[in-house]
Write a protein that binds this ligand. Structure first.
Ligand code: UD1
Length: 419
């Protein structure tokens, strides 16, 4: 079924385990290419984007096996550095393979990842960074060809801390000659996880989590077993669903230290939280209030990937709120669907004004991308009546089974897997 139907208004209650992180595992999967051998990855989320990445890695010659939530990846026989269009079109994250294929083969050919529905997603920072490592790039009409006689460390200065560009430069330089300095690096936890993974494999990277990362090239990497961190955006989505329903939930294994900004904001809204040994308790049963202003920013600021779900909550809380989106200009499109449910949201390219206190009512709405789709689920959980959300496949790109998880928290959901 492509629809999720939710009968809202039931306060969520109970506990749920948080899945592995999408944005951590995708570059880590790309990184497995750098090693000629076996990688064992535990805690991999079973989401569409991971399945797409596996298809690409298999196409390049990797042998991959699932065992429950563990992936075994053998890249010994990997023999291609060309990604065909049909794979790259499915997933923008195929761009990470540029850095890792260059690291392994000193060559990579792939189609442009293109823009996407949340806004323009250019790659000029990725290319400028790689050029500093002595990579030559031919930007053809349909295909990007990157080659280097040898990757040689250099100094990369990013004017903006792009997550993907930082990851690509790290991936390309791990097996390069000499030292690479990345200044203005992104500080996201997913960068730290990629570096932790690579260092466990034998790489020599320091500074991850700060804005200056230093990569000392090494000759080769070794087999590794690694556990993927849990997903801060999925955890945040479930917290926001709990607030939307005025419920009380416990998240097991939430990456709490990566969620400080969200937790500070929900505390200001009247939510009580408590973290005790791997269990994050969220109590949103008290009187809640809106916040005046939120701005999305690179980590440790408020994550753009939770902006839509946050609007879904704020729309129903008394008070006026301004949300400033600094990263992806088209993310406010979800407001049109939320307004169909009774929200009062107006927006331009960067700022949304939400007049809160609306009662949201279930109706037919349409997911148009991953996080906007999750926001509709969050709104539906707190809305009166039945919300039918079309295009579930967008949500499945990042959530293993959002219906199963929310049903385990007491939500009334009718969807393919559960009826
Ligand atoms: C990653 C995340 C995505 C998250 C985003 C910001 C993955 C798979 N995806 O995406 O979920 O929303 O970080 O936290 O990890 N930019 C340029 N030129 C470039 C590259 C980026 O102008 O060459 C701009 C983008 O248009 C955007 C901003 O930089 O406005 C942030 O992009 P970036 O940090 O690169 O995000 P992604 O790596 O694409």
């Amino acid at each position: 079924l492509e629809w999720i139907e939710i009968l809202g208004g039931q306060p969520l209650n109970g506990s749920v385990k948080v899945q592995g992180s999408k944005n951590a595992v995708l570059p880590i999967l790309a990184a497995t290419i750098l090693h000629k051998g076996v990688t064992v990855l535990k805690g991999c989320p079973k989401i569409t984007d991971v399945y797409y990445m596996i298809q690409i890695l298999e196409h390049l010659g990797s042998i991959i096996k699932w065992e429950e939530d563990t992936l075994m990846i053998d890249t010994l026989a990997l023999n291609s550095c060309i990604i065909p269009t049909e794979y790259a079109n499915k997933m923008r994250s195929s761009i990470f393979l540029l850095g890792s294929m260059l690291g392994r083969f000193q060559e990579a050919r792939l189609p442009y990842p293109g823009g996407c529905v949340i806004g323009e997603r250019p790659i000029e920072l990725h290319l400028a960074g790689l050029k500093k490592l002595h990579v030559k790039i031919e930007e053809g009409v349909e295909e990007l060809v990157a080659k280097a006689e040898q990757i040689i460390g250099g100094e990369v200065k990013f004017p903006f801390p792009s997550v993907g560009a930082t990851e690509n430069v790290i991936l390309a330089s791990v097996l390069g000659k000499g030292t690479t300095y990345i200044k203005g690096a992104a500080k996201e936890p997913e960068i730290m996880e990629l570096c932790r993974f690579l260092n466990t494999m034998g790489a020599d990277i320091s500074g991850a989590g700060s804005d200056e990362i230093v990569i000392q090239g090494v000759e080769k990497l070794h087999d590794v077993e690694f556990k993927v961190v849990t997903d801060r955006i999925v955890a945040g989505t479930y917290i926001l669903a709990a607030i939307s329903s005025h419920g009380k939930i416990t998240l097991i294994d939430a990456p709490v230290s990566h969620m400080t900004t969200l937790l500070e904001i929900i505390e200001r809204m009247g939510v009580i939280y408590q973290n005790e040994s791997g269990r994050l308790h969220i109590d949103a049963t008290g009187k809640l209030k809106s916040v005046l202003h939120i701005k999305t920013e690179p980590y440790p600021g408020f994550p753009t990937d939770l902006q839509s779900q946050f609007i879904a909550v704020i729309a129903a809380l008394e008070g006026e709120c301004y949300i400033h989106e600094t990263l992806f200009e088209a993310r406010f499109k979800v407001a049109e669907e939320l307004n169909k449910m009774g929200a009062q949201i107006t927006y331009d390219n960067h700022v949304a004004r939400i007049i809160g206190g609306s009662t949201l009512y279930g109706t037919k709405v349409e997911a148009k991308e991953l996080r906007g789709g999750a926001a509709l689920v969050v709104a539906a959980i707190g809305a009166k009546g039945i919300t039918s959300i079309k295009n579930r496949h967008f949500i499945d790109r990042g959530y293993e089974d959002i219906c199963k998880d929310l049903i385990s928290l007491g939500a009334n959901i009718i969807c393919q897997e559960c009826c």
